[in-house]
Design a protein around this ligand. Structure first.
Ligand SMILES: Nc1ncnc2c1ncn2[C@@H]1O[C@H](COP(=O)(O)OP(=O)(O)O)[C@@H](O)[C@H]1O
Ligand SMILES: O=C(O)C1=C[C@@H](OP(=O)(O)O)[C@@H](O)[C@H](O)C1
Ligand SMILES: [Mg+2]
Length: 172
């Protein structure tokens, strides 16, 4: 893997991976999409049929497969929370970038996208999502080599800012 993108739900990980993939002419891999392929169903369906613990086990297995690929990886918002996943990501030589969006930005996007694609939003509601976001923040910060504050700037502009910050990683 050349770059690993982490961050809370709706921070823009999948969008960023696609933009960088075009910019760098590298494949992008979206962990949620890979999980869905492995499961043979959508993530909301999987949560309904099984439960979150089963989803997390499948996510860990799929992460192992994803980390063997080359290119850019967008993770799921919960991926770094399991210690085994955190360690697997940290052990990669690829830089890890945390897309850090404000509560307000996440709230707007969750409302805009609707709850149907995010089972945890269905379960926890907005207050629960914000509490989850705050609980996870430190783990994202610990795992990240670089933190990019992202809100509703043009996503291509955010990708350019990320590349600038990464230059500092690769060039020392
Ligand atoms: N820079 C941005 N400005 C405005 N909306 C964005 C931006 N980046 C992503 N979005 C929107 O936010 C939502 C979540 O983006 P997504 O890339 O799926 O996030 P994640 O993969 O982190 O859950 C989508 O509706 C997407 O179109
Ligand atoms: O934060 C989480 O626990 C989750 C985030 C989702 O990915 P996105 O961050 O791409 O929405 C997806 O993996 C699943 O719904 C659980
Ligand atoms: Mg995503």
């Amino acid at each position: 893997m050349k770059l690993i993108i982490i961050g809370f739900m709706a921070s823009g990980k999948s969008t960023m991976a696609k933009i960088l993939s075009q910019k760098w002419q590298l494949p992008s891999h979206d962990l949620d999409q890979m999980v869905q392929q492995n499961a043979g169903m959508s993530i909301p369906e999987y949560f309904k049929k099984y439960d979150e613990a089963h989803f997390r086990a499948l996510e860990t297995d799929t992460l192992g497969m994803a980390l063997k690929q080359t290119g850019i990886l967008s993770t799921g918002g919960g991926t770094p929370m399991r210690e085994v996943n955190f360690d697997a990501i940290q052990n990669q030589s690829a830089p890890v970038v945390f897309l850090n969006a404000s509560d307000q930005t996440i709230q707007q996007r969750l409302i805009h996208d609707g709850a149907s694609s995010r089972p945890l939003f269905q379960k926890l509601g907005m207050d629960g999502m914000m509490q989850l976001k705050h609980r996870r923040q430190l783990t994202y910060e610990r795992l990240a080599d670089r933190i990019i504050n992202v809100n509703n700037e043009n996503p291509v502009f955010n990708a350019d800012r990320l590349v600038d910050k990464l230059g500092m990683v690769t060039n020392g």
